[in-house]
Design a protein around this ligand. Structure first.
Ligand SMILES: [Zn+2]
Length: 388
């Protein structure tokens, strides 16, 4: 469970709760058997969990083959609490409000806005307050706000944001003072990985590669999000593709994301086709019509990105690689092209797929982050009941 700062009893409580969540329905006797805890401890902890409305008794189960009393089955109370998750992009805000199990209550989206220090707090406040108006009555109410940052985050502190100027802000403190709620900041690629691990993947080791303004990888190893010493783990967008290449906002030259991010791709398309606005829908449409310039630029993107993905695979040896990109999601065949282009034969043996959380992987990761903290369960797995 999460860490040794919790008492043995709290750790046992988390162990039982995790088992109840995984099992859907389980009796006290079976809980004792699968966790190895004695029946008296199980009964005591279950009493607490019932009182705190984390679980409830559903129905009478079947007696065991050796006879005896029929057991009462226990189930997780998916409506015990609610969670707010926000993806704060350089030019958009997406918010979702959900029950503690990720069942969505409402969502909100603001696009084509340019986030900066001056407007970020008022925009976030507006988004959060709008969602809060839909708050249902639950035993624990809202138990946390997760905020996805497109940049480096370490222990809730924004360290480096190349595509908006938020790196001097203490957004966690400002938001928690405003709403009197726990606020958790995390890098967006890390949250996408956590969303995939918690809600979708059976794998304990996965890599989620986010391609948006920049390129980042979220790493889950043995069910735990790896963030590194300063939150810099998985910053594959700043791995060097060309040693004497283009200057990157990080200060280095030739970083992968200066060539293979969506921002880099859109910039080239704008220049070559003389367009003012380019987005993934426009790229998809041009590609579908077999526009030669777009086709060439997409194939170049596949080639460059596959080098970055190849190197990430060789560094982390994941079971699954999940791609989180609007372009790779919208244009069929690009994932297969990435796989074909991977230079290393070792890398080719991996499973590579698009995210199954559509464009909401980051937001689901936010739900997972808050649920882990609130329930004190690190390797939490939840079942997605309402895909958005
Ligand atoms: Zn860089």
């Amino acid at each position: 469970m999460i860490s040794s700062k919790y008492t043995i009893r709290e750790q046992n409580q988390a162990k039982l709760l995790r088992e109840i969540i995984q099992s859907q329905e389980i009796s006290r006797a079976d809980l004792a058997q699968v966790t190895g805890l004695n029946k008296a401890s199980v009964s005591e902890i279950i009493k607490d969990l019932l009182e705190q409305h984390f679980i409830f008794e559903t129905r009478i189960g079947n007696a065991s083959t050796v006879g005896g009393r029929k057991p009462i089955l226990l189930t997780f109370n998916k409506c015990a609490a609610t969670v707010i998750s926000i993806d704060l992009g350089p030019d958009y805000i997406e918010g979702m409000f959900a029950y503690i199990d990720g069942t969505v209550i409402c969502s909100i989206s603001k696009k084509e806005i340019f986030i900066c220090q001056k407007n970020v707090l008022s925009l976030l406040r507006e988004v959060i307050e709008t969602m809060m108006k839909k708050q249902p009555v639950t035993p624990h109410g809202i138990v946390g706000i997760a905020l996805a940052i497109h940049g480096i985050v370490f222990e809730n502190e924004i360290r480096f944001t190349p595509y908006y100027d938020l790196d001097q802000m203490n957004l966690q403190q400002q938001l928690s003072e405003l709403f009197h709620l726990p606020v958790y900041l995390e890098n967006e690629a890390n949250l996408a990985a956590l969303g995939e691990y918690t809600f979708i993947s059976q794998a304990d080791n996965l890599l989620s590669i986010s391609v948006h303004s920049g390129i980042g990888a979220g790493i889950v190893q043995d069910g735990v999000l790896i963030t590194g010493k300063n939150g810099e783990a998985g910053e594959i967008g700043h791995s060097i593709l060309y040693p004497d290449g283009k200057l990157c906002p990080c200060g280095n030259h030739g970083c992968l994301e200066q060539y293979a991010s969506h921002q880099a791709l859109y910039k080239k398309i704008k220049e070559q086709l003389n367009l003012d606005i380019v987005n993934s829908d426009i790229v998809q449409e041009f590609y579908r019509k077999q526009h030669p310039v777009i086709q060439d630029l997409i194939h170049e993107n596949v080639h460059l990105l596959s080098i970055g993905i190849n190197n990430a695979i060789m560094a982390f040896s994941p079971e699954v690689i999940v791609i989180n990109s609007s372009i790779y999601r919208k244009i069929p065949g690009l994932i297969a092209a990435i796989k074909k282009n991977l230079p290393s034969r070792f890398a080719k043996e991996n499973i590579i797929r698009n995210t199954l959380l559509d464009d909401k992987a980051i937001l689901y990761g936010g739900f997972a982050l808050v649920a882990q903290a609130f329930l004190n369960i690190q390797n939490l797995k939840l079942t997605l009941e309402q895909a958005q």
